[in-house]
Design a protein around this ligand. Sequence first.
Ligand SMILES: [Zn+2]
Ligand SMILES: [Zn+2]
Length: 166
Amino acid sequence: MKCYYHPDRDAVGQCVDCGKFLCVECTGKYKPVLCDDCYNDRVNNYRIQQEQQIANTKAQEAAYVNEFTKHRNASFIIAAIVAIAITLETCIGYIVEGEYAFVFIFPLVVGLPIFALLFGIIFYLRTRDNWDALYDVISSGGIHPFKGISRYFKYKKIYDEYRSRL
Ligand SMILES: [Zn+2]
Ligand SMILES: [Zn+2]
């Protein structure tokens, strides 16, 4: 048997993918033993797989971002409605009683904290099953409802990688 690429040389091995006979030089070219065609096929397949994987990850991230944006907006609206209702009801009472100073103080001292607390609780309850997934998305820097936090996790990840190499 002669080498597929070098008809003047004896074959010493075969391409593991297609079985072409190869000479000493050709069998030493790639590991495992491959002919040029099969090597290129493998490289192209790998590239396609990688691209597919990146596309999948991006789509997954986009879905998470979408999901969390929805939960964030819904939590914001619910918390705002409740906080505004409580504030309005109380402030109308103050106006009726003529205690106008409280009309300015109450929304800041009570209304806003109620809103913040409710927003946090509702958002947590709506998303608590997804926190691990959220952490992955956040640490990849891909989530937009939390730009600041995601940046923190992104840099923390880079920093951790840097530290682990020392
Ligand atoms: Zn081959
Ligand atoms: Zn050869």
